[in-house]
Design a protein around this ligand. Sequence first.
Ligand code: CU
Length: 482
Amino acid sequence: MKAWRNRFKRTCSWLIILLACMLAISACGSISVKVPEEIDMGSTEEHSHLEHGSQSAADANAVSCADLTEPASTGPVRTFDLTAAAASLELNNGKERKAWTFNGTTPGPELRVREGDRVVVNLLNKDIEKGVTIHWHGVVLPCSQDGVPGVTQDAVWPGERFTYEFIARHPGTYWYHSHQQSSEQAEKGLIGRLIVEPKEETFHYDRDYAVTLQKLNDKDVLTNGLSGGLQLDAKPGETIRLRLINAYNLVQWMGIAGTDFQVISIDGQDLNEPDKLRGEWIPIGGGQRYDVLFTMPNQGQVQVYSKKVSGWKITLGEGQAPKKLDNDAPVFDFTDYGAPKADGISPDMKFDRTYDLVLGPVNINGKSGHHIPPIMVKEGEWIKVRFEHQLGSEHPMHLHGHLFKVLTKNGKPLTGSPIYADSILLFKGDVYEIAFQANNPGLWMEHCHNLGHAAAGMTMMVNYEGVKTPYRVGTKSGNIPD
Ligand SMILES: [Cu+2]
């Protein structure tokens, strides 16, 4: 009896220790890096508090990010109005949910434009007390239009407006979201899709669907705003382009059942001669987009679905459901997919600067947030960045304002289609090298798109020499761009 009681006591104390550890870990995940009163993200060193002086302010010849705007153009103009507002939404499952919306919905309206269009978006913040901005995720645009509060603009406060204006130069699948306290605001619903249709189709398709995966308030699993999955029209024999947008923080392993498919685009950028695949899981990191192309079978449905989250399910066509993928089916690997195409960018070319970034659970090179020195670049230079993921869960590292090319994975050059992207998804143990040309002067964020990681400090800058900002991050201005 006594022995039993002792064992019971021991078990209990272990359980208590375990519980305490779990609580500590979960608390860590939600702690944000302490936001200082005022910092200049355009400085060239570790971003110091302003009372210690700022280097960029000393550079009298520096150009301001605010002055880097889209030059006048003569092409077509597409104008949209987006109003950010708090709302109470009734989901299609009858549940009432509080959300922050663009034009009353989450995701906000799908903006569809054509390559070369000048896109004008009039943002009005109706009543989001914490302020909002719109970041055009993956779009290469001028610094002043990037939507990063405290870097490229001030947050837009209730009753205020801001107009974004940029030319949609690269066709593809993109999305937009508030970059003010984005870990909170994207989760609460301030997101939407931006589709740039190509002037000339690389691939032929009969139907073009875009689908946003989202977890509203980190709770409701929504597919294009719907709970319980999405049903899309498709007839036997039709070719479908399906644009998958992961607006959630964690990687989603997406399966396609019932047909062969091709991955035709990653982060909006077309792949060269993509092979046909069947029965592979596609890992889509937070913020990433994968476009897949497939032909509907003569009979039955096609299903596209997440391996782990049952609500993220897209059903196309009518009839019998297809057989699902095995959990241990192979994983799509872009490093040897499709056909190579020379573009002059290779691992053995000469780079002007090389940076090593070692990723921890929520830090970069052992530092956090404004303590991480920026990557400094000069216009025209070729930059190589080596990411090494040593510890923690997966990190989808996202670069603003540029497309980069993936050079190597774990030391091996890519052998298939060139991969151009704005994010690279790293799992623990992965090492990737990427290259980009510094061809878009500005001050650009480089951060993890698990936005909880970004809020915890996994965010840094890529700063051009000779560019400064009049805006400030910190509690004084209220600009908090995680
Ligand atoms: Cu991360």
